[in-house]
Every structure is written in C-alpha cells, then in structure tokens.
Design a protein around this ligand. Structure first.
Ligand code: PRP
Length: 209
C-alpha cells in the first residue's frame, strides 16, 4: 500500500513535528536535507510528507490528497473544519487576544469599533458572542501597526511571548482562545486506513505525555 501522506505546516510547526516524529523512531533526514523539494519521504518509506502553508494544509487534507495534517488551531478556527481533529500535539502554544493601545478604553462609547486582523472569522465570532457590532478590516501581516497609525481601534491577533505588543506600546484587553498545533485527518482516510492512523496517533500521544 502507498504510504500515508501527511501535510505539514512549513516553519515552526514543521520543526516541532519532525522532532516528535524522530522521537517515536522515524528517520527524518530527507526533511532536514530537503532543499527546495516539497514532497519528502520519512522513515522506511512509512510516510510521505508534503510541506505547505497553514491554510493549504487544510485544503490538502479536506480534499483527501493528504490523509493527515499538522496545523495550528488558529488556522482551523479561521478556515472551518470538514475533517477530524485527532490530537492536540502540545507545541505551537500561543493565544488569540484582543489588544489595543495602552490606556485606550476599548469598551467605552457607543460607535462600532474597528478591528484589524489576519483572522476575520475568528474576530467576527468573538464579537458576535459578545453581541457587539464591530467593523473588521483584514490585514495580511504586522497587524500591530493598525492601531498605531489609526487604522483600527484594536486588533485580534496571535500573542506568543507578548514582545511584539510590548515593543509597540500595545496591551491585551481580553484573551480570545488558546492555540496549539493539532493533528487532523481526512474523513475518508480515517475510515479506510483506520489502523495505520490510529497506530501513529497512539505513538504520538505516548511521546507527548
Ligand atoms: C505573529 C503574530 C504577532 C507575533 C506575536 O506574527 O501575528 O505579530 O507573531 O508574537 P509575540 O507575542 O511573541 O511577539 P508573525 O511572526 O507570524 O508575522 P506577521 O505578523 O508578519 O504575520
């Protein structure tokens, strides 16, 4: 049978996932020495690894071209979930938070506030739950800039160490939700290749503990 194909989020999550796969005994040399190659083999042809951007990991897993994926809960919350979320991998820990300029009284006043974010769905859900009407502006990166230059009253963004907020005189007003890396599975793959997937899941779970 062909090896299970896993989509990995490139970058920080890739590094931690590879460490975890090595911990459970799979040789990941091809990933370490990948160069510009995007489809890689790990172990003794046990798995095929595809490297992709976070949102694309979900696209690959939902479509079934990849059986499994490793992606942040942030991307899952923003991009929907026609797949199974199997396991919290315990790394890539951070949070979504609402932040604004230090000393700004965000909840004061009647007019709808403007929020800049890379995550419009997460932001809309957060304020809908509060019954608060806000205007959401989608920003592609360095969201912290928006309140500083007057584009937005606040931001909903990822906070890891808090140093980006601190360096820009911003502060968290409220936490939205915690985030970490998740193992996800294509719905059909989980039925058709249940044993192999569950075996990997068990090994990963034991290694995390
Ligand atoms: C993320 C996030 C914050 C920063 C938070 O940005 O959007 O800007 O990290 O980390 P900290 O709390 O440790 O400072 P990323 O590095 O992905 O870059 P981007 O904003 O350009 O997308």
């Amino acid at each position: 049978m062909k090896p299970l194909r896993i989509a990995l989020t490139k970058g920080r999550l890739e590094k931690s996932t590879v460490e975890l796969l090595e911990k459970i005994g799979y040789n990941c040399d091809e990933v370490h020495n990948k160069g510009r190659k995007l489809i890689l083999t790990i172990g003794d042809n046990d798995f095929e690894v595809v490297l992709a951007k976070a949102a694309d990991v979900i696209t690959y897993v939902e479509s079934g071209v990849c059986d499994l994926g490793v992606v942040g809960k942030d991307t899952i919350l923003e991009n929907g979930s026609s797949f199974y979320e199997l396991l919290d991998l315990g790394f890539g820990k951070c949070k979504f938070a609402l932040a604004c300029k230090k000393g700004y009284d965000f909840y004061h006043g009647y007019g709808a506030k403007t929020i800049a974010t890379k995550y419009p769905n997460v932001t809309r859900n957060f304020f809908e739950n509060k019954n608060m009407d806000v205007r959401v502006i989608k920003i592609e990166g360095s969201v912290e800039l928006a309140p500083l230059v007057g584009l937005a009253d606040g931001i909903v963004d990822i906070v890891e160490t808090g140093s980006t907020l601190k360096a820009n005189n911003l502060e968290v007003i409220e936490d939205v939700t915690t985030i970490s890396a998740r193992l996800i599975a294509n719905i059909a793959s989980l039925k058709l290749r249940k044993n192999e997937i569950e075996e990997l899941e068990r090994k990963l779970e034991a290694a995390i503990k």
